[in-house]
Design a binder for this molecule. Structure first.
Ligand code: ADP
Length: 316
């Protein structure tokens, strides 16, 4: 439904994105994740026909975003990072205006505005000036605007930025609901956001795509070693040498006060928990906890986006 093929964009001499390629199937909710300045908005501006790429092709539903921009725009509901809502109009008047600008037939405008007002839970505030609304409600007005004409694709640029925690939860719920029958691309620099809403994540860093997968697959593929957390009833120094001697154990690190807790890094290929538990029991200790530690998406993201600078630092 959404395809980016070798997208490259230069702003004058500044290279913002290089060879960005991905594709999003119909009905998917995909997160576009990357630190600030990574190239998310640039990619999104190309996909939403706001500007052409320097090289490469963007397509929505098979249509070239540059060559067929009018048809593409009709298929996309776009929530830009800074919602361009007119503060001195009521929410309803703004939506009527936006509907007319989007080419909704005049006799359908009232019904279409009522539909998006209901979809975004705006009934109570529809008669209030946009400028007097909370940021959360303004964001909902922006989403309602994106839903006008019922586009099959929604592209949301940092939809929760600047919202308070309650508003963030509400907007996430709303996005999940909207995703039940639409294709959604949602950009964010916040990990929990994409982990909670999206089935798949595209990670961009310094203008290049560095990973694309489900949060679960990213975790298992990128986790190079397995980590086990162990808590025993006796002092750990009695078991550390035996652990270190085991084939497959790479590193043993005391945790907490260093008396009863350890983190054991092992080879990824084999679950070493049974072997470890036998050894601990043979040594006469009780096991209070023995648990595989999963890397969070946040750990992986940090690993991915900080790898380069570390390498560059090592080279210089
Ligand atoms: P993100 O949305 O991930 O924060 P952007 O796409 O906005 O990233 O920016 C990518 C890079 O392009 C950054 O280095 C940014 O400074 C640069 N950039 C973005 N917009 C412009 C512009 N209009 N002119 C020059 N450089 C820009």
């Amino acid at each position: 439904m959404i395809e980016a093929e070798g997208l490259t964009k230069f702003y004058g001499p500044i290279s913002a994105i290089r060879n960005v390629s991905f594709s999003i199937e119909k009905g998917e909710i995909v997160g576009f994740l990357g630190p600030n300045g990574a190239g998310k908005s640039t990619s999104i501006r190309i996909l939403t026909c706001y500007m052409p790429p320097t090289a490469g092709v963007a397509r929505v539903d098979g249509l070239d975003c540059f060559e067929n921009s009018i048809q593409v725009r009709q298929k996309i509901g776009y929530l830009p990072e800074n919602v361009p809502v007119y503060r001195d109009l009521t929410a309803k008047r703004f939506l009527r205006f936006a509907a007319s600008a989007k080419g909704v037939a005049p006799k359908r405008i009232a019904a279409e505005v009522d539909r998006v007002v209901a979809a975004c839970g705006l009934e109570k505030i529809a008669g209030r000036m946009v400028g007097n609304l909370s940021k959360g409600y303004r964001q909902r007005v922006g989403l309602a605007q994106a839903l006008l004409n019922d586009p099959p694709v929604l592209i949301l640029d940092e939809p929760t930025i600047g919202l308070d925690p309650t508003q963030i939860i509400e907007i996430r719920h709303l996005i999940r609901e909207l995703g039940e029958n639409r294709t959604i691309l949602l950009s964010s620099h916040i990990l929990p956001e994409v982990a909670q809403i999206c089935q798949r994540v595209i990670i961009i860093n310094k203008g290049e795509i560095i990973a694309t997968d489900s949060p679960a697959n990213l975790t298992s593929q990128l986790q190079k070693t397995a980590k086990i957390s162990l808590e025993v009833s006796g002092p750990v120094d009695e078991i550390v040498p035996s652990l270190e001697a085991m084939a497959g154990v790479l590193k043993v690190t005391p945790e907490g006060d260093g008396k009863n807790r350890l983190t054991i890094e092992t080879d990824q290929s084999k679950d070493m928990r049974p072997e470890i538990s036998r050894m601990v029991v043979l040594k006469g200790h009780g096991i209070l906890e023995l648990r595989a530690v999963q890397l969070s998406l946040e750990d992986i993201f940090m690993q991915l986006v900080t790898e380069d600078p570390a390498e560059e630092g090592a080279k210089s």
